[in-house]
Ligand binder design. Structure first.
Ligand code: ASP
Length: 309
């Protein structure tokens, strides 16, 4: 698979997604065995450049890089020159001069990683850009689903809540429809963009109808930081209509599994009883798969020759 950067699910195809998941599966086994593969990225430098907060994504890229032997440097915006007025492109030029090999970028502006990718020699990985994409989240979700359902095609997958502001939803819609699943989005009209049906998904405004027969139910956080106006009357009301409770989960298939990308707002989009369910919740496993998928992504991108000699 020849991949220069990972900027989004857009740009991948079913063959490259399957290859990435197969490689990640090997890393799940390696991680569970407690072994590492420190020679793979020995001598390579990975910079985690985060302009937005992150817990799971930053940590798992760091762990993934270290398990493969890379030198990992974490830069967050509050400690960088950007807070002193340096532009994104100046930062790119500085990082480029340091001969970094892999640049993991999270930014609140859609398209920022793609812009950086044009300016740096490093392979750029989008770790979440605005409301646009979060490709490694969609890959780790796909790996989690495939491990439990034995396939990542022909499944009915319901994504609930704040679709409009979610880069996780967008990357998942692209990946899951591309792989041949039946994807439904469920939420209030204010949180579902009108043009979404063009992506090949069905839109529902009622949980009962949208969850009917679902194999997988994904709950999403209300992304208040991206809402310019009040789109939801109150968290309590949202929970009453769209919060994933044990009662609402009965609308899905009896063996339906529950996912959430985190961070969770318990009692808003998901009830603790569902989130912590020992057999039906895959939320902790998603975190584990995140490390394996990121190892697969770093491995794949590092296979190319160094562009700066
Ligand atoms: N962690 C995910 C993201 O960065 C989801 C979220 O923040 O709700 O997009």
């Amino acid at each position: 698979m020849h991949l220069r950067h990972l900027l989004g699910i857009q740009g991948l195809n079913p063959v490259s997604v399957t290859a990435m998941l197969d490689l990640a599966e090997n890393y799940v086994l390696l991680n569970r065995s407690g072994k590492t593969q420190r020679d793979l990225l020995r001598g390579r430098t990975l910079i985690n450049l985060f302009f937005e907060d992150s817990t799971r994504t930053r940590t798992s890229f760091e762990l993934a890089g270290k398990r493969l032997g890379a030198d990992v440097i974490n830069m967050s915006v509050s400690t960088s020159s950007v807070s002193k007025g340096e532009t994104l492109l100046d930062t790119a030029a500085t990082l480029n001069a340091m001969n970094c090999d892999l640049l993991v970028v999270r930014h609140n502006q859609s398209g920022a990683p793609a812009l950086l990718a044009q300016k740096v020699d490093a392979a750029v990985i989008n770790a979440g850009d605005g409301m646009h994409e979060h490709p490694t989240q969609a890959l780790l979700d796909a790996l989690t689903i495939r491990r439990h359902k034995g396939r990542i095609a022909g499944l009915t997958i319901a994504i609930c809540g704040d679709i409009a502001h979610s880069r996780v939803a967008r990357s998942n819609l692209l990946l899951l429809t591309m792989m041949g699943n039946f994807v439904r989005v469920i939420g209030p009209p204010t949180l579902i963009p009108a043009e979404i049906a063009a992506l090949g998904v069905t839109v529902h405004h009622e949980m009962q109808e949208g969850l009917d027969g679902a194999d997988i139910v994904m709950a999403l956080r209300l992304q208040k930081e991206r809402m310019t106006k009040g789109l939801v009357p109150s968290a309590r009301e949202f929970f009453a209509f769209y919060g994933l409770s044990a009662e609402k989960l009965t609308f899905a298939k009896p063996d339906a599994l529950v996912m959430h990308p985190g961070p969770m707002n318990r009692g808003v989009e998901i009830d603790s009883e569902v989130a912590d369910h020992p057999t039906r919740s895959l939320i902790k496993e998603q975190v584990e798969m995140g490390v394996a998928v990121r190892m697969a992504v770093l491995d794949t991108l590092a296979r190319r020759p160094r562009w700066n000699g």
